[in-house]
Structure formats: C-alpha cells, structure tokens
Design a protein around this ligand. Structure first.
Ligand SMILES: Cc1cc2nc3c(=O)[nH]c(=O)nc-3n(C[C@H](O)[C@H](O)[C@H](O)COP(=O)(O)OP(=O)(O)OC[C@H]3O[C@@H](n4cnc5c(N)ncnc54)[C@H](O)[C@@H]3O)c2cc1C
Length: 406
C-alpha cells in the first residue's frame, strides 16, 4: 500500500476488452479521491468478434460499437481520446500524441496488438491485396472487396500468417465465407483454401483444445476446403499468394490475419517490453521489473506452450483479456488502498470460445487454456451460432452500461 491519503492517479492505456474492464473495475474499487484516466484514440468500443459478419453486410458499424465518453462520464472516469505516444517510466508519465503529459502512480497497458502487415510484402488492406477483419475499418473495406468478388467470383484464400495468433478468427471467417458462397449458389465455381502457421488444423496456437483437430477436419471435409498448415506466406501480388516452397495460390478474395507485435509506443520504450513489443507480467499482471506498471490482454508476452515449425502465437481471447484486466485492477486498487490481491497464473486462465460457421458452429471450453488444458468440452451444431448471436447482444448491452461480470 502507498500509505498516503492523498489522491493517486491510475492511468489505463487502451479501452477495449482489457482496458474497459480494468477501468470499470478499478473505479469501482477505489475511493473517489483517486482519479482513473483512460486513453484511447478510438472514441468507440468495438465488439471485435462480430467483425467477421461486417464484410457480408450482416452488421454495420452502429451494430457493433458504442461510444466510450458517455459511459466514462457516468462512471467518474476521465477519458482522453488520444493515443499514448511514449512513456516516461522514470517520471511516471504518459505522453499523448498531442503532447499532453499524464502522470500516473499506477498504469495498466491494454493496447492490444500492432497488425504487422508490412512483414509480408503485399499483405493487408491499403498497400496490399488481402483484406482483414481485425478492426472495424478493415472489416468495412473487406465488405467492398466482398461485393466486388460477388460480381466476379473465383478462388478464395483465408488464413493466419506466420507470427499471427488469432487463429479462431480466421477459422470463423473461413466458415462464414463458405456459408455465404453456398448461399450465393457459387460453391462449384469457388474453391476455398485455408493457409495457417499452425502445425495441424485445430491447433489454435495451443496444441489443440480437446478434439478440436478432428472437429475442424470434419468441417473442412464437409465444406470441401483445403487446409495448408505449417505455412509461410512469402509475398502477395494482385490475385496471387506465393507460399514458401514454391506453391502459388490464385485468389479473387483473400482475408489473412497478419503477424502481431506490440504497439510502437510500448515496443520503443526501453525496458518495457520484449523484442516483439509484448509486455512481460507476473501472476498479478504486474511488470516484473517496473512495479507500478501492469498489463493485460493481447499486449502481454505469453510463451507458446510448445515449439512449432512455423511461429504461431498463443491466442489471447476477449474473455482471457477481461479476466487478466480484472486481476490487474484488483491489484492496482490493493496497492493504493489495501485489500485482497488477485493472483491469476497464465496457466490457470480458462477460455470459452464460440466459433461461428454461419448457420452452425463449435463451442470450445477449456479449463486451462495453457498448460495441461484441464477439462475441455467441444460441442458442434447450430446451437453454437445461436450462442454467439445471444452473447453478442448480452456483451454489447452490458458493457455499454458498465457491467463487466461474465
Ligand atoms: C475477427 C476477430 C474475431 C474474434 N473473435 C473472438 C471471439 O469470438 N471470442 C473472443 O473471446 N475473442 C475473439 N477475438 C479476440 C478478441 O477480439 C481479443 O482478445 C480482444 O480484442 C483483446 O482485447 P485487448 O483489450 O487486449 O486489445 P484490443 O481489442 O486489440 O484493443 C486495444 C485497444 O488499445 C487501443 N490502443 C492501441 N494503441 C494505443 C496507444 N498507443 N494508446 C492508447 N490506446 C491504444 C486501441 O485503439 C484499442 O482500442 C477476435 C479477434 C478478431 C480479430
């Protein structure tokens, strides 16, 4: 405990799954004398899991976002709608893009990943030739590509690049593409390929979850999708993807989850992160060398549970991100005004994941995502699709009102 009765400053950097949960939780726990400030250049929260539906016109921006400022105002949290440009760790200050200096006594980083498209020539929207559903702008531009594709259909390539970690998202998008292609009556003229850094289908960067390998294989067989694992994408040119080993995949539409790294402001601050820009944390989600700094969500460093021939990162789901943030917030509050600490080893993180397939899907539940996996349940069927729809409604309406409990 810091001991002083004077107000302390808690700063949360990033306001998505990790940052929003941490801000609400720490505000709930701290006396009003202490201030909580959140920074994010995005004015709105985006429910990223629904972005897989945006390219098909099934969701618009307004369906999957809500504004952050009114929520934070109601909760007594200061919201700075700017990015952290750099960190002065010695002076305990965050410097924003406009040059504001925001002092902190405790800071939690929840900045998510940097989407490192530039590591593979031709990858990504903007300067490249593939689409992405990793953020709202990308998903909206993928919709334009999808509409063009429907006018001039041909082969499709979906997947996750080497160094990526969000495998579930690319599987979900793949199955949704297959569903939309069938609905459009194009199944015979649209061959679909899936490229992945995973050593086997359904590995997910975790060595598999229960019988996920078998389950995913069944989906691929049924939908006539070719899976290419241990894959390295060398470069992408208009309409063709070049794989290491010489294979060329022609495409008319492609969505590839890119390699992930930490965001620049973190990566470039000496002593804050590993060489990839991910923040090391202990069981309290505290930086092992900088006690006043915490981190939660996709921006933390997690070693893969086993080596893979091609680098495949560990997925950090929304649920995991919220749980880490909740623990970090409790420990920040305990530092400032005492109370119980919350230790949550990475190996004890649980995950519930619904993998939508358009009109069906798979629900995965793992007691321990890392380590031995613990008890796992895998259930396939149309109920998975309905579960995802219901969860989307529950999540957006509860978070909009500042309710974070799962
Ligand atoms: C297409 C897709 C589908 C997915 N589906 C699921 C699913 O079904 N279930 C599930 O559990 N998970 C799913 N995930 C994963 C889930 O979205 C992530 O686990 C979650 O978004 C991680 O939250 P986060 O807060 O760590 O990071 P992010 O959600 O990446 O948010 C980071 C925030 O930090 C902000 N930020 C970045 N840099 C700065 C800076 N310098 N200063 C201030 N703010 C900054 C960003 O603007 C952003 O708001 C999916 C992911 C994708 C891409």
């Amino acid at each position: 405990m810091d001991g002083s009765a004077s107000g302390k400053n808690v700063v949360i950097v990033g306001s998505s799954f990790a940052g929003l949960s941490a801000a609400l939780e720490v505000r709930k726990r701290l006396d009003p004398v202490h201030t909580v400030t959140v920074l994010d250049p995005r004015p709105d929260f985006t429910f990223i899991p629904s972005l897989i539906w945006v390219p098909f016109g099934l969701r618009d921006a307004k369906d999957v976002t809500f504004p952050l400022a009114p929520l934070y105002e109601r909760k007594g949290i200061r919201f700075v709608n700017e990015a952290a440009a750099s960190f002065d760790l010695e002076g305990r200050k965050v410097i924003t893009t406009s040059g504001q200096e925001i002092p902190y006594d405790r800071m939690m980083l929840g900045t998510g990943p940097r989407l490192a498209f530039e590591r593979i020539p031709g990858l990504g929207p903007g300067d490249g030739y593939t689409t992405s559903v990793c953020n709202l702008e990308h998903a909206l531009s993928a919709r334009e590509e999808w509409d063009r594709f429907l006018e001039d259909p041909g082969p499709v390539v979906v997947g996750t690049a080497q160094g990526g970690s969000c495998f579930g998202a690319s599987y979900e998008f793949l199955f949704n593409v297959a569903h939309r292609v069938r609905k459009a009556g194009l199944a015979d003229e649209v061959p679909i390929k899936f490229v992945s850094a995973e050593p086997f289908l359904g590995h997910f960067g975790l060595g598999g979850v229960g019988n996920s390998g078998e389950m995913v294989e069944k989906f691929f067989d049924k939908l006539n999708i070719e899976g290419i694992t241990n894959n390295v994408i060398e470069r992408v040119e208009p309409d063709t993807m070049y794989l290491e080993g010489g294979r060329e995949l022609p495409f008319k539409f492609s969505m590839i989850v890119p390699p992930f790294s930490g965001v620049d402001a973190i990566k470039e601050t000496e002593g804050l992160a590993n060489p990839m820009g991910f923040v090391p944390v202990d069981d309290e989600y505290r930086h092992p060398d900088i006690p006043e700094v915490f981190a939660a969500g996709v921006d933390i460093a997690i070693a893969p549970p086993g080596e893979t021939p091609v680098p495949a990162g560990v997925p950090k789901t929304g649920h995991m991100s919220e749980k880490m943030a909740e623990a970090a917030a409790q420990n920040i509050a305990a530092d400032i005004q005492g109370g119980d600490r919350h230790k949550l080893a990475l190996a004890d993180l649980a995950a519930v994941c619904v993998l939508d397939a358009g009109n069906s899907g798979v629900i995965f539940k793992a007691e321990h995502v890392l380590g031995d996996g613990g008890t796992t349940h895998v259930m396939a069927g149309p109920q998975a699709h309905w579960a995802k729809l219901a969860f989307e409604r529950y999540f957006i309406s509860s978070r909009k009102r500042g309710i974070t409990a799962f």
